[in-house]
Design a protein around this ligand. Sequence first.
Ligand code: GAR
Length: 217
Amino acid sequence: MPEQVSTIVVLISGAGSNLQAIVRASLEQHWPARVAAVISNRADAPGLRYAASQGIATEVLDHRAAASREAYDTLLMQRVDAHAPAAVVLAGFMRMLGPRFVQHFEGRLINVHPSLLPAFPGLHTHRRALEAGVRWHGATVHLVSPELDAGPIVEQAVVPVLDDDTEASLAARVLEQEHRIYPAAVRALVEGRLRVQGQRVRVLPIRQAGAAAELRR
Ligand code: GAR
């Protein structure tokens, strides 16, 4: 067991399937961090029920209750800060976060987006990929910068676009890849294995227990 367990806060708005993949991987792979809290801007987000079923603290911060976008960001920042997280994970959090929030958590703030960025930032990525006729589509995990769906790319996964694809079938194929690459990227973040140089990110390999012992000698 790791000696020190740090904290992950996950922000969601919906189903929370990426949240589930991250919680599962963190437990199965004995990460040095655990998901301590899940915060949603929607009280009806199904991911909240999953989190509660796992004994994870849940909070709702409804954006409609805030006077302005900035006021919402400030409240959210306070709620997240209360957990002193090593990582703040956006997992289908469908709110744009302002520059103050992003700068405050810079280097700890990570997002998954359902396209091969920089293609198709924003909403309805699968529909737009089909309309554009691209042959390959996918998902991107990136550290968050103030611009929408931008920031140094940690990992991407590519899927083919098939002739008979619908928005739903393509979304499902992409989501399956998200569940593979997002936990791996969050793990690298909490294990301090990301090296950022400009827009480029190097992901250092997982240190084996044997190698760690070797280093200590
Ligand atoms: C995922 O496909 C994620 O990439 C997308 O929302 C979905 C959430 O699914 N996020 C965005 O579009 C953010 N720009 P989940 O709630 O089942 O994890």
